[in-house]
Every structure is written in structure tokens, then in C-alpha cells.
Ligand binder design. Structure first.
Ligand SMILES: *[C@@H]1O[C@H](CO)[C@@H](O)[C@H](O)[C@H]1NC(C)=O
Length: 284
């Protein structure tokens, strides 16, 4: 049945480790019917969800969380439950106590009544061990209930917040400001200060031509950390098109710079992507 095939591959939001409550997230495909890689020794160092007793989360902000022994400021995995005991979210954190405190402040009380926590045996478990523990908690929950925690579904920003999208860079604050350095120098500084720069027509979220759209798609598809500059924005980037053409000695847009060097336009980037050459380009 088509529906069950689609359901077999849910898109889940995977809270990456970050110093405080995970603020960045990425998505990962989670094939329900396939087992995760053999349980490693690292996973064995964490308790299973079913082996952990829940701690209640006091709703009153003035009431302290459970003591540090019960809810330590240490790396681990945790699951959060609503007042009826339905699991809402499975998280991973370098500091479980801080993450739970963060949820208590930001997430509605009707989603956040109790928590189960598993801390690693070692003082500083490696990232893989934590990730494996998170995966095995997800698997345990999905096997028991047939569904993913609602808060872990991709695009749900209740628990981890939306990923920060870098804005489009602007060369000037606006036409009203008199430039004290030549535009050429601003471009030079911009491509040298940012590892990957795409000069495109339109903004990153709304490219104004098919080639620019393709470039943004390829870079995002490769998980590249890049900034964009809108060559059509005459208010903030006046004269950019003409100056950039002579700076790069390249007549068309979009133009992609890596490490201060022009790579080329859409065709070059596309063909490098097809040949699998992009990973190497963005590596260094
Ligand atoms: C996100 O997950 C929570 C459960 O933790 C759920 O109540 C909420 O409706 C979800 N939001 C969206 C937009 O799906």
C-alpha cells in the first residue's frame, strides 16, 4: 500500500549537539523497518527508555528542577512527556539539565510535564555514542508505538527552534550613504571574508532567475555554509553588477566564489555537482 510505504520513511528532525539546548537541527531519514546499525558498546552504556523512571517538571518557574544528582548538567539523552504521559520529544544534549530548563521556559506546559533522562557512564562520551543512544531511544519508541514522537518530525520547531538561515549580505546600508571605499574593494573584502559567496539575482529565499535558484539549491543540497548577495538590489548594492563583472572578468550571473576565487556560474557549478567534485571544492 502506498500509504504504508510513505510512512516507512518519516522525516525526523534530529537535534544536533550544541552547548545549550540544541539550537541547530538538521533532518535525517529514519527508516522504521530497518534496524539501526548493530547496537554498539557505546549504546549499552545508556539505559533504555523503558528502564528509566520519569521525573516531573515543576510548572512554576520559581520551583527548582529535580536536584543535580537526579537531573545532572551532563551529556545524555532525554524524552519529554505531556501530562497524560504521551511522549512528545526525544532530545540529545551536552547538558541535559540546561536543555530541560530551556524547554520548561519555552515550550507550553501542556507538552512538558515530565522527563526521562539517561546520562552516559563516561564523563565525556563521544558524539557518536550519544547519537547512537538517541537513535536507539527513537527506535525503541517507534517500535513500541508505531510512530515517531510528534516533536521530532521535521519542520516542528517547538523543541529545537528553526535553523538560523544566514541573511543575504548587502554591500552598503543604502543609497543615502556615501561610500568611502571603492565598490571593488568592498567586493574583494566580502569574497575574502566569507568562504563561499554566491552573487545571485534575487534573495536566497526568493531567487529571481532559474540559474540563481539552481545555484542556491545545489549549495543547500550539499550542506554548504554560504552567503548570498543580490545583484539586483540597487538600493543596497548599487552598481554591483557592472563592478563585479570587471572584478571577476566574468560577464554573467550568478557567480560563485570559494575562498576568494571565482569558481564560475551555474553551468560550472552544476557540472561539478554532477561529477561529484563539489565535496572536494568545499572541503578546504
Ligand atoms: C510539534 O510537536 C508538538 C508535540 O510536541 C505538537 O503539539 C505540535 O502540534 C507540533 N507542531 C506542529 C507545527 O506540527
Amino acid at each position: 500500500m502506498a500509504a504504508s510505504t510513505a510512512a516507512a520513511s518519516l522525516r525526523l528532525s534530529f537535534p544536533l549537539l550544541s552547548p545549550l539546548a540544541a539550537s541547530s537541527s538538521t533532518t535525517l531519514r529514519f527508516p522504521i523497518h530497518r534496524r539501526w546499525a548493530r547496537p554498539s558498546l557505546a549504546v549499552a552504556a545508556f539505559k533504555k527508555i523503558s528502564e528509566v523512571s520519569p521525573l516531573s517538571i515543576p510548572q512554576e518557574p520559581t520551583q527548582p528542577l529535580a536536584d543535580e544528582d537526579t537531573l545532572p548538567a551532563k551529556p545524555g539523552v532525554y524524552s519529554v512527556y505531556d501530562p497524560s504521559g504521551e511522549l512528545q520529544f526525544i532530545g540529545i544534549s551536552r547538558n541535559v539539565r540546561a536543555s530541560v530548563e530551556g524547554h520548561r521556559r519555552k515550550v507550553p506546559a501542556e507538552l512538558c510535564a515530565s522527563v526521562k533522562v539517561a546520562i552516559a557512564d563516561e564523563e565525556t562520551p563521544d558524539k557518536t555514542a550519544l547519537t547512537n543512544a538517541w537513535k536507539s531511544w527513537m527506535e525503541e519508541h517507534i517500535e513500541a508505538t508505531g510512530k515517531a514522537p510528534p516533536g521530532n518530525v521535521a519542520g516542528n520547531y517547538t523543541w529545537v527552534g528553526a535553523p538560523q538561515r544566514p541573511q543575504d549580505l548587502r554591500l552598503t546600508p543604502g543609497r543615502h550613504v556615501q561610500l568611502t571605499v571603492p565598490l571593488e574593494q568592498l567586493i574583494d573584502r566580502l569574497v575574502k571574508e566569507n568562504k563561499v559567496v554566491a552573487f545571485i539575482k534575487g534573495s536566497r529565499s526568493a531567487p529571481q532567475c532559474g540559474f540563481s535558484q539552481r545555484v542556491v539549491g545545489i549549495l543547500e543540497g550539499h550542506g554548504v555554509d554560504f552567503v548570498t548577495v543580490d545583484v539586483l538590489d540597487e538600493e543596497h548594492n548599487p552598481g554591483l553588477r557592472e563592478t563585479l563583472k570587471s572584478y571577476s572578468n566574468w560577464p554573467t550571473f550568478p557567480q560563485i566564489f570559494v575562498g576568494g576565487e571565482l569558481v564560475g556560474g551555474c553551468d560550472i557549478l552544476s557540472s561539478m555537482a554532477e561529477k561529484g567534485e563539489l565535496a572536494a571544492l568545499f572541503q578546504n
